[in-house]
Each structure stands twice: as C-alpha cells, then as structure tokens.
Design a protein around this ligand. Sequence first.
Ligand SMILES: C[S@@+](CC[C@H](N)C(=O)[O-])C[C@H]1O[C@@H](n2cnc3c(N)ncnc32)[C@H](O)[C@@H]1O
Length: 213
Amino acid sequence: MECNSWMHRVSAKTLIESCKGEFGWEELSRDVIMDVGCGVRGYGVQRILQLFPAVGTIIGICKDQEEVDKLKETTKKIEFAVADIEKRETLQNYEGRITKVISIHVFHQIMEKEEAFRNIYHLLKPGGEVAVLFAIKSVTYEWLTEMLKNPKWKDAYQGHYVEDLYKRELEASAYKKMVVNIGFQEVKCLGEKRKLAYPSDKDCKGKNRQGVV
Ligand SMILES: C[S@@+](CC[C@H](N)C(=O)[O-])C[C@H]1O[C@@H](n2cnc3c(N)ncnc32)[C@H](O)[C@@H]1O
C-alpha cells in the first residue's frame, strides 16, 4: 500500500515523545540509537535528532538499498545501513552495541516477528530499551482488499498491495508473551484503536493518487 507520509510523521512524533515520558529519555549523548526500517523519509531518526540534538549516534537500517541511498543523500549526522531485521547475519556489526531501538510502522510488514524481536534483543547492550509501533489491523487495508475483489476496481488500482498482510496478527497480550519469552523485561504492550483523519479532503485525495480515489 502507498506509504502515508503524514500518518508516519505523526506516529514518529507520538512514539518518540512517549519514549521521552515513559523511559525518561533526556539528552542521549551516550546512546547508540537504531531505527529499524527507517524508510525513505527517515521520520524516526529526524525526530530523534530534533528532540535530542546532542544524541550520541543514530543508525537507521532498512532492507532496501535504494531507500538507504536516498536517505544518505539528504541526511547528515546519521549512519544508514542496509540490513534485514529478520536476518541475524545482516546485523552482526551492531550486536551488543545498541542502547535504544525504535521501529515505526515496520513490524506489520514482517512475517517472522518473533525472529525479528529476537534479533533486536541481540542488538541491545544490557539495560537497553526498545519501542516498537505497528498496525495489528487496518480498516483501510480491509476496505482495499474488498475493493480489489471487484475486477473493475482491480484494473483501475495502480497502488501497492500485499496479500494477507494482517493475516497472522496477534493481540497485544500475545506479543507481550512472545517478547517476554525471548528475554525482554519490564514489557508494556498496548493495543489501541486509532483514527487518523486526513487534515482535509484535498490531502486525502492527494495521498491516494496511486489508487482510485
Ligand atoms: C512503511 S515504511 C515505514 C518507514 C518509517 N519507519 C516511517 O515510519 O516513515 C516500512 C519500512 O520498513 C522497511 N522494512 C520492511 N521490512 C524490513 C526488514 N525485515 N528489515 C529492515 N527493514 C524493513 C521497508 O523497507 C520500509 O522502509
């Protein structure tokens, strides 16, 4: 599905500001922070830099070489690397080095979530912290799935569509059990319904330009 940049910006702000409150993040000058699946716009890493300008090191990883190359062109002070959070062998340079991991709107794209969480665990220094935000269900996706069953709309739709994207999603309590089994401590998993309304009809049409709206 097309990446909704406005929603991603809001989510990056929400997650990182709640880390500040929940974990008591302050200047982070001694920290090595990793954004897993930083994306082509790098909203997470940018937000960290805005809120914590004295931050030690920020590393953005993404499995897509093209996205990493684009980010390298636009963003200074942040290290970018191609790595796949589902594949431990791609992360070896970072194991045991990271003090904080964030990940925003990535885990719903990951099929082997337990493996990905385990790999995050290996990345962390003792006492490290992790904040992950992702969608368990999406009404937009359900709507799109129904719409694409109609051949007329299927032919007209030019956007991205991943089959069975939310098929194996679990409730928040099951994710808590999963990560506690891996070894994470002091775990808080919250599932909440979020309505993200576009600022205007114009914005909504613009954001769906690859589709049929
Ligand atoms: C929807 S975008 C979100 C980007 C960014 N976090 C944001 O909020 O704007 C998902 C990103 O995760 C990356 N990604 C997906 N699966 C990944 C994996 N297994 N390992 C690393 N990156 C992954 C994709 O390449 C893409 O850049």
